[in-house]
Design a protein around this ligand. Structure first.
Ligand SMILES: C[S@@+](CC[C@H](N)C(=O)[O-])C[C@H]1O[C@@H](n2cnc3c(N)ncnc32)[C@H](O)[C@@H]1O
Length: 298
């Protein structure tokens, strides 16, 4: 048994209705999923103790139920119907009791959802393994921080500076960081991705913006920030959700060309792209999907 299987065993105990499909996805993509789950299990157990696996499985199940409900409302209303931004900030990003289980779900969807497996492959093989040597990398909206920690694990030569608007998310990231042994090379701070980026022009050879754009009222300034902070030889791992309603999804993308166009308008160009859909009942109006891109300066 691999250490990452502790998450699967917890699914059998705490999230039975999802356990079978999760196991099928992990088994079909063993190597990539283990690349995420094994170090994550090590850090999680060291940081939180062995009860964390049940808590993470429970958080994952609650999140999936919330997503299913949001999809039903979306099919009926025909558009995203999010709460107001102040309500999202206080009820989601600042609320530890909501945010912490949500963050476990946010990382577990990478190995557990078929539509996210291509993102792991792209992140590892087309982004991390191709970054210039000794790169300085920034992750915007790092949430749980696990992508930054996997980056440090994969590339012992890089430095990672990460941030998120949510204090409880940054607290999770910092606990995992302390357990990971990467404290000297990774940093997590509380910061709005769209504020206070002065002084970082051209500074990063790697930028990560994973599943953030759909949380913004207007994602265009995000692409401008990324473009400004990226060095000439740098690379971006960008991802976003399309036709995927959730409590805190504010900006509705319907076509892959929309985020691509925003990136191009900000002076970036795409060198690789993936987009995968979730399965939906026959006759659905919408097809929830996630798209990932590798972007470079034009
Ligand atoms: C779905 S999570 C994504 C976390 C992680 N990047 C991932 O791929 O799993 C969305 C994250 O965006 C953060 N966020 C939302 N608006 C933000 C903003 N304006 N600046 C920084 N972080 C923001 C939230 O706090 C949350 O952690």
């Amino acid at each position: 048994m691999e250490q990452g299987d502790l998450f699967l065993e917890a699914m059998d105990r705490k999230a039975k209705i999802f356990a079978r499909s999760v196991r099928a996805t992990v088994e079909a993509n063993r190597e990539l999923c283990s690349w995420v789950l094994n170090p994550l299990a090590r850090w999680a157990e060291e940081a939180y103790g062995s009860d964390i696996f049940d808590a993470a499985a429970h958080g994952y199940a609650e999140y999936c139920v919330g997503v299913a409900k949001s999809k039903q409302i979306y099919e009926r209303s025909g558009r995203y119907t999010p709460e107001s931004m102040p309500e999202i900030v206080s009820g989601v990003y600042e609320d530890e009791s909501y945010m912490v289980p949500y963050m476990w779900a946010a990382i577990l969807i990478y190995p557990f959802w078929p539509s996210m497996i291509g993102h792991i492959a792209m992140f590892r093989d087309d982004f991390l393994r191709r970054l210039p040597r000794n790169a300085t990398v920034s992750e915007l909206a790092a949430g749980h921080g696990v992508l930054s920690l996997l980056a440090a694990e994969e590339r012992p030569d890089i430095q990672v500076e990460s941030s998120d608007i949510s204090p409880p998310a940054v607290a999770v990231a910092n606990r995992l960081l302390a357990a990971s042994g990467h404290s000297g090379r990774v940093q997590f701070v509380v910061k709005d991705a769209l504020n206070g980026d002065g002084g970082n022009d051209g500074r990063f050879q790697g930028l990560i913006s994973a599943m953030l754009a759909e949380h913004l009222t207007d994602p265009k300034p995000l692409f401008k920030t990324i473009s400004r902070q990226l060095s000439r030889d740098g690379m971006v791992f960008f991802s976003t959700a399309l036709e995927s309603p959730q409590r805190d999804h504010v900006y509705e993308y319907n076509q892959e060309s929309q985020p691509l166009q925003m990136a191009e308008n900000a002076g970036l160009r795409v060198s690789r792209m993936v987009s995968d859909a979730a399965s939906v009942p026959p006759g659905s109006r919408f097809l929830p999907r996630s798209t990932g891109m590798i972007l470079r300066s034009r």
